[in-house]
Each structure stands twice: as structure tokens, then as C-alpha cells.
Design a protein around this ligand. Sequence first.
Ligand SMILES: C[S@@+](CC[C@H](N)C(=O)[O-])C[C@H]1O[C@@H](n2cnc3c(N)ncnc32)[C@H](O)[C@@H]1O
Length: 258
Amino acid sequence: MKLLIHKEKRQIVDGREHIVGEELQYFITNLNRDVDTKYGRIAKEDLSKPNGSLLLTKDTGKEFILLEPTFIDLYKRLRKLPQTIPSKDIGLIIAETGINKESTIVDSGLGSGALACALAHIAKHVTSYEIREDHLAVSQENIKLLSITNITAKHKNIYDGIDEKNVDLITFDLPEPWKAVVHAANALLVGGWLVSYSPSIIQANDFATEATKDERLMTVKTVEIIERLWETEGRKVRPKSTGIGHSGFLTFVRKVRA
Ligand SMILES: C[S@@+](CC[C@H](N)C(=O)[O-])C[C@H]1O[C@@H](n2cnc3c(N)ncnc32)[C@H](O)[C@@H]1O
């Protein structure tokens, strides 16, 4: 697999040309044929050139950069059915819970598998519960695209219980997360985290209220991360008029007693 990036948007900084911003990208899965782009044809022989090579389209001489796609390039191409958690929210889950390559995680619902994949990329193992077969099928495609081998997908209703024990982190992206609080409290090790993501503050509040009733759990905080994109081109420095609006609320709960 290769990634072709069209190099058109440029900026001169200190007399040198730099590429800025997100560019038009082509993912190439078949390296045995020429690639037709919006700007002309790239010869298949060029696709075996070293990472970072500058390629020219045959007919129009337009410039493309050839890259080996990394995890994040592939991650951005995941099929999103159903809707996934944005990176800004995933980042906070990772930063606040301190998970690492020793961590075991339970997640639900698996959905498109985006959160499970992002967590599996840095943790030891992720088990994810999902009730819908069609969503399980989409998540399997996504897990395969990323070549992830440390996710176990379970076709199971998480409101009926969590089989795993001594879990470091449990993540919920569920319509009624409060129904699985007691199961999470049973499954977590002391010191472990339960994080619930909900688009509505009513859901987040009902979840926090349920968690607060369990004396093994400490309800730490509910937060919303607001990401504002800026344009930084020459002297045009201002907030972009487009960007992610509201995504969801994250409620952080910690197991503090056995
Ligand atoms: C918004 S999606 C999750 C998206 C996922 N976090 C991602 O990043 O791709 C919610 C998922 O929860 C699943 N779900 C809903 N209730 C469930 C339950 N009781 N047990 C397991 N999965 C459930 C839904 O079928 C759906 O796939």
C-alpha cells in the first residue's frame, strides 16, 4: 500500500518552499498498474521509489509525494458505521488514564472499532462488546485494515455483564452506559478507570449519578474538549470557519476500593 499526496498548497518560509495543511491524498492498494489522479497519471514504476520521493504525472508534470502509509494514515480511512469518537477525545482518555503496553482494556460498543483500534495500538489487549452483527462486520474490516491482532470482539450485550477481571481501563460509548456501571466496578482492578463517552449531557449525568452510588467508585470529572482549528498562512492567521463542533462528553470514574 502507498500514499500519494498532491503537492500544490505551498508556503514560502525563510525563502524556502514548504508544504502546508492537509493535501489531496490517494491511497494505492494495487501497485501493479498506473494511478489515475485528478491531475494526471502516475506511472506504476514510480510507486516502487523510496519513501518521500517526488513523482511527476506523465502528461501534466504535476508533483506528488510518495509515502508509506503509517498507522494514522490508515486510521483516518476507517469506515465509520456507526459514528466514531474523534481523536481529540481519544487523546484525553489515553492521557488521563495513563494506559500503556501492559494495560488490558474492555470497551463497548465496538461500533466501527475506531476507539478499540486506537487503544489497541498502545495497550496490551482490548476486549470489545458489541450487540449488532452488522457493526461487528464493519469493525472487523477496520481491524484488518490496520493489521491489529490484539482485539477480541465479543458479540454480547454488555448490560448483561463483563466476563473479564482485573481490567485497567473500561470505555463505554453506549446509549445507556449507566446500565453497565456495576459490571465495570466488578471487572476493574483497584486504581483502574472507567470512562464513558456520551453525545448528550443528560446521558453523561445519568451515568455519573449511577457511578456515584457505587462506593467502590470515585466520580472524578465530566469534560468536553473543544477543538478550534486555525489558519496559519503568511499573515492570514485566524480561526478557521470550519471544524469539529460538538462531539461528546467524557466522564472519568476511578475504582478506588475493592
Ligand atoms: C456510537 S457506537 C460506538 C463507536 C465506537 N466507540 C467507535 O469508536 O467506533 C455505539 C455502539 O454500541 C453498540 N451497543 C449499543 N448497546 C449495546 C450493548 N448493550 N452492548 C454492546 N454493544 C452495544 C451499538 O450497536 C453501536 O455499535
